[in-house]
Ligand binder design. Structure first.
Ligand code: NAG
Ligand code: NAG
Ligand code: NAG
Ligand code: NAG
Length: 816
C-alpha cells in the first residue's frame, strides 16, 4: 500500500505542472486553507479518502498524503486521474472525474478527450447517457493529437461498424498509424528489435475457460496444452513459480544441463513459459533478470568451453549436450550483442561474435541469423551485405523464420516486391513474425483490405509496449490486489479499477480484455443448474457482458460464441430468442457443449423444428467431440438419459431411440475434421511450440535419472506440466460416485439386516419374558435369563497348539 501511494506521488511530483485553479479545485483549496495545523484527519478532505483508511503502519503516510493533496490540487489533470482511477485510500468519483475532464477537454487535453470518449461510449457508472456521436467526436480529437489508445479504438470501431461507420479503409488507416509507431519502436531497439511484451492471459483461461476446465473449448483438444491452462491449474492448487524455480535450480545445481538452460530462458524472457519463437507467455510472468540469465547460460557453456572465452579448448561431449550448449552460447551472444545485462562496447560485440560463432559451430541456426545481423550492421566485423545475405539465406533454408524477414528486407531494398512478399509470407506462415506481419500488411494494403486490417491490428496489439501493455499490467496487478483483499473495501475498489482498465482495452479491440470484462460481469456463472433455482440476474450487467461475449466471439473465440448463445437462450441482457441461440450454437459446432445444446433444442423444438433423429445425431456428435468428457456434459447426459428412461417407462416410446448406441448416422470423421477451424488449430500449434522444445529437451536426455523423476513428480503434482487426462478424471468421478453408491447401498442393506435381527431378537426376548412371566408365577426363585447378545459372537481364537498343528499339516500336504 505504501508503495502504491509513494509510487503514485512520485509520478505526481514528476509531472507537476502548475495548472490554473478552477472552481472545483478552488473550493478544495479553500477547504484546505481553513486547516489550522497538520492534523491528518482534517487535512485529508473526507470525500477523497475512504473512511476506513487507517495508515497506522506507516506514520509517514499522512505527510506523504498531505504533501500529495496540496500538489494535487494545483494539477487538475492529476486530480481528475485520481478521482477516476486512483489507488486506495482515495475514493473514486466518476461524476467528479467527468466534470474535471470536461473542463480539461475545453483546455485541449488529449487524455481528457479520450476519457470523455470512453464515458460517452459506455455510459460507465451512469455519469452520462451513452452517446455514440459524442464518443466518436472525442475519440477523434484524442486520436488526431496522437493518442494511440484512441487510434486503436477508432480502428476497431470502424472495423466492426460499432458506433462508427463500417469501413475497412478507415479502420486500416487508424490501425496502421499505431502499427507504424509500434514498428518504429521495435526497430529503435537493439539488433533484433525490442523484445515483444508478454502475451496477455485471460481471466477465463486461468479457470480453464468460461465453462470450466475440460468443458470449455479453451481447455480441450490442443488448447489443453496451452501454458495459461497449466498456469491456472497451478494457481488453483496454490503453487507459485518460486517452487518451480527452486526445483529447476536444484536440478541445475546437480549438473543437469537442460535445467540450467531453462532457468536462463526463464530469467531472460521474464516468464516461466518461454517459447522457442515469439513472445513469452504472460501467464508465467516473473521479473526479468539478465544477470541471472547470463549466469545460467554461462554455466551451461562451461560443459564444453571450460575456460569460457579465455581458451578454445573443448571437452568431448554427447550430441545432445552440444545441442543444449548451442542454445546457451547463442543466448550469450544475443545478450552481448543487445546489451542485455552487459555494457555495450566494442569488446561486448567481440564477445557476441565469438559466442555466435561457437553456437554456429554447434549447428545453431539462430546464431547464423545473428551473425548475418552483425555483418549487416557492421558490429565488430566490417559491414558486408553479401556475407550477411549468405548467412540469412542459410538460416532461412534451415527454417529460422526471422531470417526470411531479413531476406525480405534485402529484396525490398532492391525494389523486388514480389520476392520480398514471398519471404515475408514464409516468415509469417512459419512463426507469425511480428515484423513480417507488418511488412506484409503494408505491402498488400491496397490489394486485400480485410487481410491487411487483420495484420495491422495484430501488430498494433502485439507491439503495444507504450500503451496497451502498460494498461494491461496495471489492470492485472490491481485485479490481483482485489483478489488478495477480497471483500475488503479496497478489494472492491481495486476490482473496479481493474475492470475499468480492461473495459477501456476492450473498446480498443483487445479480445482478451473483452473476454475479461464479459467474464467478470458474467451473469450466468453456475456450472450445474438446479431445477427451479436461478441466481438473481442483473440485466444491466448482463447486457454489458453479452455485448463483450459477442465482440470476443466475433474474434473467433468459440466459448464466447456459446456464451452469447446461452444469453440469447436464457434472455440475459436481451430478449429470449431461441432461434438466434440455435444459430449461434450451430456456428460453434466444434464444441460438445454447443452440439449438446443443439441436440436438446431439436428434441424440444426450441428455436429449431422438433426432430428426434437430428437430436440424437447431435447428442452423438457431442459425445464424440468431447473425448475429454467433461463433468458438465456428463451431468447433462445423465439428465438426458434419466429423462429418456422416464419417458420410456411412462410409455413415451420415441425417445428410447437415444439408447440405440449402434446407430452411427453421425458425421464422418472427415467431416468432423473439417469443422475444426483451421485458424484456431494453427494458433494452437503456435502456442504449443514451447512444448515441442521442452519435449525435445527431455526425450533425448538419457542420464538425467533421478532428478528428472523428482522434478517430473513435482510438475505432475502441481499440474504445471503433464497432460491432465480429462477422460481419467471423469472416470475417476464415476468410480467415486459408484463407490459411494455401493457403500451407501451396502450400508443400507446391512442396516436393514441388522434392524431385522434386532426386531427378531426383541420379539424373541419379549416372547421369552412373557413365557418366563408364566413360569415365575410357578417358581419365583429362578432369575431372568441374560439377554442373548445381539452382536455376532467373536470367533474363538485357535490355540497355538492348533495353529502349529495346522501349519504342520499344510507342510505335510505340500510335501506329498
Ligand atoms: C462526487 O463528487 C460530486 C461533486 O462533483 C459530489 O457532489 C458527490 O457527492 C461526490 N460523490 C461521492 C460519492 O463522494
Ligand atoms: C553426432 O552428430 C554427428 C554429426 O551430426 C554424427 O555424425 C554422429 O553420428 C552423432 N553421434 C551420435 C551418437 O548420434
Ligand atoms: C502462407 O500460408 C497461406 C495460407 O495457408 C498460403 O496461402 C500461402 O501460399 C503461404 N505462403 C507461402 C509463401 O508459403
Ligand atoms: C445492477 O448493477 C448496477 C451496476 O452495479 C447497479 O447500479 C444496479 O443497481 C444493479 N441493478 C439491480 C437490479 O440490482
Amino acid at each position: 500500500m505504501e508503495i502504491f501511494i509513494s509510487l503514485f506521488f512520485a509520478a505526481l511530483a514528476a509531472t507537476m505542472a502548475a495548472a490554473e485553479a478552477t472552481t472545483t479545485v478552488q473550493s478544495l483549496l479553500d477547504e484546505l486553507s481553513t486547516l489550522s495545523n497538520y492534523q491528518p484527519s482534517s487535512i485529508l478532505p473526507s470525500r477523497y479518502i475512504h473512511s476506513s483508511y487507517q495508515p497506522t503502519d506507516n506514520p509517514n503516510d499522512y505527510d506523504i498524503l498531505a504533501d500529495g493533496v496540496v500538489e494535487l490540487l494545483q494539477d487538475k489533470e492529476l486530480l481528475a486521474d485520481l478521482v477516476f482511477r486512483s489507488p486506495p485510500p482515495f475514493k473514486h468519483n466518476t461524476s467528479l472525474a467527468f466534470d474535471l475532464y470536461s473542463e480539461l477537454a475545453q483546455e485541449g487535453s488529449t487524455t481528457a478527450h479520450s476519457v470523455l470518449a470512453f464515458l460517452y461510449d459506455t455510459g460507465y457508472n451512469n455519469v452520462v447517457e451513452p452517446h455514440p456521436g459524442l464518443a466518436l467526436l472525442h475519440y477523434t480529437f484524442a486520436a488526431l493529437s496522437g493518442d494511440a489508445a484512441s487510434e486503436m479504438t477508432l480502428g476497431y470501431k470502424h472495423s466492426i461498424g460499432d458506433g462508427a461507420e463500417l469501413s475497412c479503409e478507415q479502420a486500416v488507416e487508424w490501425y496502421s498509424r499505431v502499427a507504424d509507431a509500434a514498428i518504429d519502436y521495435y526497430l529503435s531497439g537493439p539488433p533484433g528489435g525490442h523484445a515483444l511484451p508478454l502475451s496477455k492471459p485471460k481471466l477465463s483461461d486461468l479457470k480453464g475457460g468460461p465453462y470450466g476446465l475440460g468443458a470449455s473449448a479453451a481447455s480441450t483438444g490442443d488448447n489443453a496444452y496451452r501454458p495459461v491452462i497449466y498456469a491456472g491449474k497451478a494457481k488453483d492448487s496454490g503453487e507459485n513459480w518460486h517452487d518451480l524455480i527452486d526445483y529447476f535450480t536444484y536440478a541445475a545445481n546437480q549438473g543437469e544441463l537442460q535445467y540450467a538452460i531453462r532457468l536462463g530462458n526463464i530469467y531472460y524472457h521474464g516468464s516461466v513459459y518461454t517459447p522457442k519463437l515469439g513472445p513469452a507467455d504472460g501467464s508465467g510472468a516473473i521479473p526479468k533478470d539478465f544477470s541471472k540469465a547470463k549466469y545460467w547460460f554461462t554455466r551451461a557453456t562451461r560443459k564444453i568451453w571450460q575456460d569460457g572465452l579465455q581458451s578454445d579448448k573443448q571437452k568431448e561431449v554427447s550430441n545432445y549436450t552440444k545441442y543444449l550448449v548451442s542454445i546457451a552460447s547463442n543466448a550469450l551472444g544475443k545478450m552481448y550483442l543487445r546489451g542485455e545485462g552487459v555494457k555495450l562496447d566494442q569488446s561486448s560485440y567481440q564477445k557476441a561474435y565469438k559466442w555466435f560463432e561457437r553456437a554456429h559451430s554447434l549447428q545453431s541456426v539462430e546464431a547464423e541469423y545473428y551473425l548475418g545481423l552483425m555483418y549487416k550492421h557492421g558490429y565488430y566485423v566490417g559491414a558486408n551485405q553479401d556475407v550477411a545475405a549468405t548467412h540469412f539465406t542459410n538460416a532461412a533454408s534451415n527454417g529460422f523464420p526471422e531470417a526470411y524477414v531479413a531476406l525480405g528486407n534485402v529484396f525490398l531494398a532492391k525494389g523486388d516486391i514480389v520476392n520480398a512478399i514471398q519471404n515475408y509470407e514464409w516468415a509469417v506462415n512459419l512463426s507469425n513474425s511480428f515484423e513480417g506481419t507488418y511488412r506484409l500488411a503494408t505491402l498488400t494494403r491496397d490489394q486485400d483490405c480485410r487481410t491487411s486490417l487483420a495484420r495491422f491490428k495484430s501488430v498494433a496489439e502485439r507491439g503495444d509496449w507504450l500503451v496497451g501493455d502498460k494498461m494491461w499490467k496495471e489492470a492485472s496487478q490491481r485485479w490481483e490486489k482485489a483478489v488478495e483483499w477480497n471483500k475488503d473495501t479496497y478489494g472492491r475498489h481495486e476490482a473496479e479499477a481493474a475492470l475499468l482498465t480492461w473495459w477501456r482495452l476492450a473498446e480498443m479491440g483487445y479480445e482478451s480484455a473483452q473476454n475479461n470484462v464479459a467474464f467478470i460481469l458474467d451473469q450466468d456463472k453456475q456450472r450445474v443448474r438446479l431445477p427451479g433455482y436461478d441466481a438473481p440476474v442483473n440485466q444491466t450487467l448482463a447486457k454489458i457482458s453479452l455485448n463483450y461475449w459477442e465482440k470476443s466471439a466475433a474474434q473467433h473465440v468459440l466459448d464466447s460464441n456459446i456464451k452469447a448463445a446461452d444469453y440469447h437462450f436464457k434472455g440475459l441482457g436481451t430478449e429470449v430468442d431461441h432461434k438466434k441461440a440455435a444459430e449461434l450454437y450451430l456456428s460453434s459446432d466444434s464444441s460438445s457443449l454447443a452440439l449438446w445444446n443443439v441436440g436438446w433444442m431439436y428434441e424440444y423444438g426450441l428455436g429449431l423444428p422438433t426432430d428426434l433423429n437430428l437430436a440424437k445425431r447431435y447428442y452423438d456428435l457431442a459425445l464424440e467431440v468431447n473425448n475429454q468428457a467433461s463433468i458438465p456434459v456428463l451431468l447433462s447426459l445423465i439428465h438426458l438419459y434419466v429423462k429418456s428412461i422416464w419417458q420410456w417407462l411412462s410409455g413415451g416410446g420415441e425417445n428410447a431411440l437415444l439408447f440405440n448406441f449402434g446407430l452411427k448416422d453421425g458425421m464422418s470423421a472427415r467431416e468432423k475434421e473439417e469443422r475444426i477451424d483451421s485458424q484456431d488449430a494453427r494458433e494452437a500449434v503456435n502456442r504449443v511450440d514451447w512444448m515441442a522444445y521442452e519435449e525435445q529437451g527431455s526425450s533425448s536426455s538419457s542420464g538425467s535419472g533421478q532428478t528428472q523423476e523428482f522434478v517430473d513428480g513435482l510438475l505432475e503434482r502441481s499440474n504445471i506440466a503433464g497432460q491432465d487426462d480429462g477422460f481419467q478424471s471423469t472416470t475417476f468421478v464415476i468410480v467415486v460416485v459408484a463407490l459411494v453408491a455401493v457403500i451407501w447401498i451396502r450400508n443400507y442393506i446391512l442396516e436393514r439386516a441388522r434392524q431385522r435381527t434386532v426386531d427378531r431378537l426383541t420379539e424373541e426376548i419379549s416372547r421369552r419374558a412373557h413365557e418366563q412371566a408364566g413360569h415365575t408365577e410357578q417358581n419365583p426363585q429362578t432369575p431372568a435369563p441374560a439377554p442373548t447378545p445381539t452382536t455376532t459372537p467373536t470367533p474363538t481364537q485357535p490355540s497355538q497348539e492348533g495353529l502349529r498343528h495346522r501349519n504342520y499339516n499344510t507342510h505335510h500336504e505340500n510335501d506329498t
